[in-house]
Design a binder for this molecule. Structure first.
Ligand SMILES: Nc1ncnc2c1ncn2[C@@H]1O[C@H](COP(=O)(O)OP(=O)(O)OP(=O)(O)O)[C@@H](O)[C@H]1O
Ligand SMILES: [Mg+2]
Length: 302
């Protein structure tokens, strides 16, 4: 092959159950060429990770999917909208000068608030300053339907995928983010409190969809932190079928200590050179989000 990649390597990286990108060390721009040569077209998607329940894995799934998608040749912007700034500290070592609230108030053009952190992965970081976001959003009289779309307008065509990591709130920010989204991922852990949070999140989305009837959104419930030793987890997962227009992702994200190891090092799990169950699961989720799983493996491997 002209780009120096052996065809057997290509075959490996396009399987759905592999984790070879870091091992094969194929840079994202080459991955993109290889994948496009196979006929896949990278879609344009606005994806939010949203759940009222705290600790449901929004941040963990958002930044790991963002990183994985960038490895797979997707041009990704990760936007941290949580004042806790957990996603930010994985990829960004400085205190950001400007965050989303400064873009909302017009103090900073969006281009200036965005930083490249890896090939094909940029971040719009967060800080405690985003605590002002809600007040600024309420004070400004904005057209909710297109407000975030217009804010991202100047840079939107630089990316295939924009991923928003949301705080555990139901407020104006999460409402505007939900209107911006084509795909709404609701991470849920298999326990009573988390289920309750997930259902509240779903009913808030229903309210929004009743108001704006034409919204065509993919709502995906993702079970996370699944531990097969917990009997109640099986029970919750078996009980929950597709509800209220949402799909339940058939692959659960297993509890895996590698997630914490990677976080302690300020890394994505895909930067650790070892096999892990959560890596396999999040890889499937990332591919699902851009339609790559269906395209390369119509049978699925769930
Ligand atoms: N699959 C997993 N295996 C092990 N630990 C996990 C897994 N997913 C998430 N965690 C851990 O669970 C904790 C909460 O995860 P995370 O911060 O992603 O949740 P969150 O929904 O973003 O929380 P918040 O609502 O506060 O923003 C973190 O300490 C994270 O390391
Ligand atoms: Mg979070």
């Amino acid at each position: 092959m002209s780009n120096g990649i052996h065809s057997s390597e290509v075959q490996i990286v396009l399987q759905t159950d592999d984790i070879p990108i870091t091992e094969a060390k194929i840079p994202p721009f080459q991955m993109r060429r290889l994948i496009e040569e196979r006929g896949f077209q990278y879609p344009s998607r606005n994806i939010i990770f949203h759940c009222l329940k705290g600790g449901a894995s929004k941040t963990t799934l958002a930044y790991n999917c963002a990183f994985r998608l960038s490895q797979l040749g997707t041009r990704v912007l990760l936007v941290d909208l949580d004042r806790q700034a957990n996603s930010t500290y994985i990829f960004f070592t400085k205190q950001p000068e400007n965050v989303f609230v400064d873009v909302v108030t017009g103090q900073c053009p969006i281009e200036k608030a965005i930083f490249p952190v890896f090939p094909f992965l940029d971040i719009l970081p967060s800080s405690l300053d985003n605590a002002r976001l809600e007040m600024e959003l309420i004070n400004g009289k904005k057209n909710p339907r297109n407000f975030y779309r217009n804010l991202f307008g100047p840079i939107r065509n630089r990316y295939d995928v924009v991923i928003l990591d949301l705080p555990p709130d139901l407020n104006h920010n999460t409402y505007l983010s939900s209107l911006f989204a084509d795909t709404i991922v609701i991470p849920t852990t298999p326990d009573e409190f988390s289920l309750y949070g997930m259902k509240l999140t779903l009913s808030s989305l229903e309210g929004m969809q009743q108001e704006y009837g034409e919204l065509q959104q993919d709502v995906l419930i993702v079970w996370s932190k699944f531990d097969p030793r917990e009997k109640s987890a099986f029970h919750h997962i078996a009980e929950l079928k597709d509800i209220n227009g949402a799909r339940v992702f058939p692959i659960v994200i297993r509890t895996d200590v590698s997630i914490k190891h990677a976080q302690e090092k300020g890394k994505s799990i895909f930067q650790l050179n070892r096999k892990s169950s959560a890596k396999d699961d999040i890889d499937c989720l990332a591919r699902e989000l851009v339609g790559m799983r269906e395209f390369f493996s119509p049978q699925g491997n769930a």
